[in-house]
Design a protein around this ligand. Structure first.
Ligand code: FMN
Length: 353
């Protein structure tokens, strides 16, 4: 049962029962996972960063069919079709939009004009300040142990810096999986937590069993940061493919990336013009080199191989280090109930001191 003291500015502004966010994960945060999260009292973000606008719209509609609770949508402001995705977010009345790299003022203004909360993820205090200047309503502060693209500052050091730097609600991310962690984040002064990997390893997550087994087998030490997937630092489970990418020459990496780009084009239906324009926008905004820009096409294709097709040795498994302490696959409702019970226990222990 929820403890009344865990009602925070984060849960109040998002309109959910508990101050817990399920972050967006490409190929993983499907309408089913998002709806299960929201129905369990937390707040889910739908992953649309690798979707075409039509698919994004269908997924957003599906969430509204599966839950009447508020939910959010994640996208990349530089992806092909981003403007149409913003329109769909507004049209279907999502409660919040999340993004990380390259925020664009025109999209943020449009979302805010429709009362949609802007919830960027940042990995450094100065990025949090910049994000609030641009209109962020809530900040997700992700420490270096977090999954997928990630910074280098650990959560324990980043969190107090971000809390000091901004005066909007802050959700702590990177390494969270338990109610004790939730209470610890609140004790730092955060307003709640955001979890990716923990929600990826739930019953409603679509990730196939062979891939889930690789996550369960990984220890905390088996989840390094590599730049060899798409040119940006990304935390992933070490596997055969990552070893191969790390050992590849830059020419071999570029050839692989070009193959991925062609496959991504087929899959997404984006025109060559759209892909080139997205790539140049990434190059400019994320300050990528030309080879990093080409490598960016790798990530969605290689992640899909593991997360959708279920071939973990040939794909990329984005993950937080927290996978090293997770070995079960509860439903979202069981997970949230467990976290809240643990949080109540942790608070009771603190009150005894
Ligand atoms: C499988 C996977 C896919 C991810 N895909 C995305 C994504 O598409 N967009 C995004 O903003 N973050 C993405 N992330 C990062 C998460 O949303 C979240 O910020 C991170 O997992 C939090 O750290 P944790 O895993 O320690 O909880 C991904 C993470 C994982 C594990």
């Amino acid at each position: 049962m929820a403890n009344a003291t865990l009602d925070t500015p984060l849960s109040r502004s998002l309109g959910c029962r508990y101050p817990i966010i399920q972050t967006a994960m490409g190929w993983v945060a499907t309408p089913e996972l998002v709806a299960a999260t929201c129905n369990a009292g937390a707040f889910g973000f739908l992953a649309c960063a690798t979707s075409r606008p039509q698919q994004a719209e269908a997924d957003i509609r599906k969430v509204t069919e599966l839950t009447d609770r508020p939910f959010g949508v994640n996208f990349l402001m530089e992806q092909p079709g981003a403007a149409e995705i913003v329109d769909a977010i507004v049209r279907y009345g999502a409660k919040a939009a999340s993004y990380s790299r390259s925020p664009k003022r025109e999209f943020i203004d449009k979302l805010k004009a429709a009362d949609i909360l802007c919830v960027p993820t940042v990995g450094a205090a100065r990025h949090a300040e910049k994000a609030v200047e641009l209109g962020a309503d809530i900040i997700v502060a992700q420490g270096g142990e977090g999954g997928g693209h990630t910074g280098i500052v650990p959560t324990s050091l980043l969190l107090p810096q971000v809390i000091d730097a901004v005066d909007v609600p802050v959700a702590a991310a990177g390494g969270f999986h338990s109610g004790q962690g939730l209470v610890a984040a609140l004790a730092y002064g955060a307003d709640g937590i955001a979890m990716g990997t923990r929600f990826m390893l739930t019953a409603e997550s679509p990730v196939p069993d062979p891939t889930v087994d690789r996550y369960f087998k990984a220890s905390v030490m088996d989840v390094p940061v590599t730049t060899q997937v798409d040119g940006l630092p990304q935390r992933v489970v070490r596997n055969e493919l990552v070893a191969e990418l790390e050992a590849s020459s830059s020419v071999a990496l570029l050839i692989r990336a070009l193959r991925s780009a062609l496959e991504y084009r087929k899959l997404s239906g984006a025109s060559i013009g759209e892909l080139i324009s997205a790539a140049f926008s990434m190059r400019k905004n994320d300050k990528l080199t030309r080879s990093q820009m080409i490598m960016a096409a790798n990530a969605p294709i290689l992640i899909k191989r593991a997360m959708v097709e279920g071939v973990p040795s040939e794909g990329v498994l984005p993950s937080g280090q927290v996978t090293g302490v997770i070995d079960d696959r509860p439903t979202c409702a069981e997970l949230i109930e467990r976290l809240m019970t643990e949080a109540d226990g942790a608070l009771a222990r603190l009150n005894q001191h």
